[in-house]
Write a protein that binds this ligand. Structure first.
Ligand code: ASP
Length: 361
């Protein structure tokens, strides 16, 4: 794809209204550029999300174009998926932990004020990203967890709701009865739930937003790794891991094996690579390669993370990024079928896109 035909420094400084402000990192040309992702910086707002976020990007784009700040536009966009019982990786309908309890993680970050909020292991609250936004806007803290996060949400008028749908409960029951041969659970009757449904599932929604005036914000919200150990916190509520933005540079987020996004500080790394001159797509690929090199060391204590047969990590991980000049991109560890890998919305409308991968299969 073509490179932007104007200098990045000009665009970043001018587009951001940052002319005259010191840029905290060197903006150098990347000698290894293999530029892909968006071919030219978009004019106006840009929204990117994981592949389950087509409706999200459309909604967030409409919001940010209407004057909503980027972080709030992202949060309103992901609310659609948080409330969707058919998405079993986020909010209502999300798969539960190993005890059958849905515990949600979410965070948000506002590039304008460089502020962030998050909630982790919150139960019975359908829109954790909205709670994270209140933590960000109304407290001097960043992270609230468990009962404290729930009490906080209730104090702001959120309603307690049962988030475990019948379908998610049936998948969990089947997982509980099937995951070990050495326990006393007999398989539930009927084959309404296919085996594929209860493989350990990662799945989350990340959404990053760039406004037409060059401000960024983002959110990531999830029910986390299915059947996780109760109390497990993934990358989604951790700033720098499941999401990060810097109004001088851009915004990024992750979905997939959260522990790897945590071990690598993945979203922070993507933003820092963009600060150093990478395109969003290059930055996402760079972070994935960093994860691969880390997994090669980690397989000594966790062999399950590495597939000897395929000679690659055994899990998936994706990064998504928007740079302040409107370039966007994403990259995924393993293709995993013919499906699109991310969603985007700009002046050309909302669409699903197939991004690059490190491993085709
Ligand atoms: N990253 C999330 C977590 O580890 C799950 C996912 O994105 O699939 O909790």
């Amino acid at each position: 794809m073509t490179k932007p035909n104007i200098s990045r420094r000009t665009v970043l400084a001018a587009g951001a209204g940052l002319a005259g402000l010191p840029f905290s990192g060197p903006l150098r040309a990347n000698p290894h550029r293999a530029s892909t992702g968006s071919p030219l910086p978009a004019k106006g707002a840009v929204v990117i999300a994981s592949a389950n976020g087509l409706r999200t990007v459309a909604k967030a784009y409409q919001e940010v174009q209407g004057g909503t700040r980027p972080v709030s536009a992202a949060i309103q966009g992901v609310a659609i998926v948080e409330a969707d019982p058919n998405d079993i990786s986020v909010g209502y309908g999300g798969l539960p932990n190993e005890q059958g309890v849905v515990q949600l993680d979410a965070a948000c970050m506002d590039g304008i004020a460089h502020n962030a909020g998050s909630v982790a292991c919150i139960e019975n609250i359908m829109h954790p990203a909205q709670v994270a936004e209140i933590v960000m806007d109304h407290t001097d803290h960043v992270n609230l967890v468990g009962q404290g996060a729930k009490d906080f949400a209730l104090s702001y008028g959120f309603k307690e709701e049962n988030l475990l749908t019948d379908r998610a409960r049936k998948i969990w029951l089947k997982w509980r009865a099937s995951h070990s041969k050495d326990d006393d659970w007999l398989s539930p009757a009927g084959d309404e739930i296919k085996n594929a449904d209860f493989e350990r599932l990662y799945g989350t929604i990340h959404c990053s937003v760039l406004s037409a005036s060059g401000d960024v914000g983002c959110t990531t919200t999830t029910s986390g790794l299915s059947f996780k150990i109760p109390g497990r916190i993934g990358d989604s509520p951790l700033i720098g891991c499941g999401l990060f933005c810097d109004n001088e540079v851009g915004s990024a987020g992750a979905t997939g094996r959260g522990e790897s996004a945590i071990h690598s500080g993945g979203s922070w790394l993507v933003v820092e690579r963009m600060r150093s001159g990478d395109t969003p797509e290059e930055a996402c690929l760079y972070a994935l390669k960093r994860v691969v090199s880390q997994v090669k060391r980690q397989r000594t204590w966790q062999p399950r993370l590495w597939s000897e047969k395929e000679n690659r990590p055994s899990f998936n991980l994706s990064f998504y990024a928007i740079r302040k000049d409107g370039l966007f991109g994403s990259a995924r560890m393993i293709r995993g079928g013919d499906n699109p890998t991310y969603s985007v919305c700009d002046s050309k409308g909302a669409r699903l896109v197939k991004g690059p991968v490190l491993y085709e299969s």
